[in-house]
Design a protein around this ligand. Structure first.
Ligand code: GLY
Ligand code: MN
Ligand code: MN
Length: 436
């Protein structure tokens, strides 16, 4: 059931933080793919977070007035029976105002004229500063139009502020409504990874496994992936952003899958790595156990009060020791960490914020300090190891690429791993892949 109060409460919180001024939050544009075809439309996350509204060509305007009467106003497309025959339903301002609980709603065609009116005598103008050259230009031009009314005693805003500073900090802390959606998204992606494991056989193409993931997303109510799935067999797993997904899977190789669905505007982000033939072989098993242990250490370090760096550092210590044991790195753990020689095999960080965007908004540092983890934050924990062929690398390890990634919510007393049910230990994976 759609509950407009969830979004109204967020608008009130944002307005309270603005204190005074006007905020303009545009929705995303439609993007042409080619000829008469568009990319599937995806709303702007912050616009949706504050409105619950999804139609393109819409703008949210929030006015924090001095007399304590905050206003939220939607600008959206007019009803248009002719266009609706071709493109489908649109609310129109009246129905949108009623259903989504705005104080007022107008046609998007009236935006400029109304903004000149609304900006008058507002001390500050908040919008996503610099996010779009077109919006920068348009709003500065409208501000000029307000300035031209100076002789009638109307002042233009003289403070420009980036509204994202306030919204991003709100979005970093997920409320219960959001965590429930994230849990459901995680459950669908977990089922998809299981299905992929059961389907995988030597001789298949990577995108045939991808089809199984997408099928499971869709049939469970998640129409789109949160990002393009990475389905990378053998050496392709060492290409961090591999999305070609068109190679054949070979007996004896590993398959790395990084895939997650988007559900009701929220992402999930899981990576699992498993053998194409269902059985880990010698060196694969050794490297896998090291990455798995590093991930367990990182998850255990993702606690309220711990630094953002704690999970990364916990993973690094285990990986460094593992790389020494495998003869990939040399010397002591401290020496490997100090010289960063591990970066040849582990070149990314151990996670990122996750929410409406898979790489979600929110600062990682406050001043020059990594921020501390707190209840309601959601992050991924995703250590890995990618070994390309090289003279100084034992050949048995060549082309092994492994990443293990879960989605973690920080709670008041610890954490909740949303995606832990996706098979992860050697035994769990081999069990799920055992064919009759
Ligand atoms: N799937 C994107 C990431 O893992 O960061
Ligand atoms: Mn990730
Ligand atoms: Mn991922």
């Amino acid at each position: 059931m759609f509950d407009p109060d969830i979004y109204a409460r967020r608008r009130v919180r944002l307005l309270a933080q603005m204190q005074h001024g006007i905020a303009i939050i545009p929705n995303a544009l439609e993007q042409q793919r080619n000829a008469d075809t568009d990319h599937p439309y995806r709303f702007d996350s912050s616009f949706h977070y504050l409105s619950g509204f999804s139609e393109p060509e819409s703008v949210l305007v929030l006015v924090a007035t001095k007399d304590n009467k905050p206003q939220s106003i939607l600008f959206c497309r007019e009803k248009d029976m002719e266009r609706e025959i071709w493109d489908g339903f649109r609310y129109g301002p009246d129905a949108a105002q009623e259903k989504f609980g705005f104080d007022a709603a107008f046609s998007i065609a009236q935006l400029d004229e109304k903004l000149i009116e609304l900006m008058g005598n507002q001390p500050a103008l908040f919008y996503p500063l610099g996010a779009s050259a077109a919006w920068d230009q348009r709003l500065l031009k409208l501000r000029c139009a307000v300035q031209e009314k100076a002789r009638s005693g109307i002042k233009a805003p003289d403070e420009l502020r980036d509204v994202r500073t306030l919204i991003n900090e709100m979005r970093l802390f997920k409320d219960l409504h959001e965590i429930n959606i994230l849990r459901r998204a995680a459950a669908i992606s977990t089922a998809a990874h299981k299905r992929a494991m059961q389907f995988t056989r030597p001789g298949q193409l990577e995108y045939q496994v991808e089809a199984e993931l997408l099928h499971e997303f869709c049939r469970n109510g998640a129409r789109d992936p949160a990002y393009t799935s990475i389905v990378a067999g053998g050496a392709n797993a060492c290409v961090l952003h591999y999305i070609a997904n068109n190679a054949e899977l070979h007996d004896g190789d590993l398959l790395l899958i990084d895939a997650g669905c988007e559900l009701e505007g929220y992402a999930s982000d899981i990576t699992r790595t498993y053998p194409v033939n269902g059985r880990f072989m010698g060196a694969q098993r050794d490297v896998y156990q090291i990455v798995l242990a590093s991930q367990a250490a990182a998850i255990a370090a993702a606690m309220p009060g711990a630094s953002w760096e704690a999970p990364h550092n916990a993973a690094l210590s285990i990986l460094a020791q593992g790389f020494i044991d495998l003869k990939l790195c040399h010397g002591t753990v401290d020496g490997v960490l100090e010289s960063e020689s591990y970066k040849k095999y582990y070149m990314h960080r151990t996670g990122h914020w996750m929410g409406m965007d898979v790489h979600d908004v929110g600062d990682y540092k406050i001043g020059d300090q990594w921020r501390s983890l707190q209840a309601g934050m959601v992050l991924t924990v995703e250590p890995g190891c990618y070994i390309r062929p090289a003279d100084d690398v034992p050949p048995a390890l060549w082309n092994i690429g492994i990443r293990i990634e879960d989605d973690v919510v920080i709670t008041g007393i610890g954490n909740e791993v949303l995606t832990g049910a996706a098979p992860k230990t050697v035994n769990e994976i081999e069990e799920v892949m055992r064919h009759e």
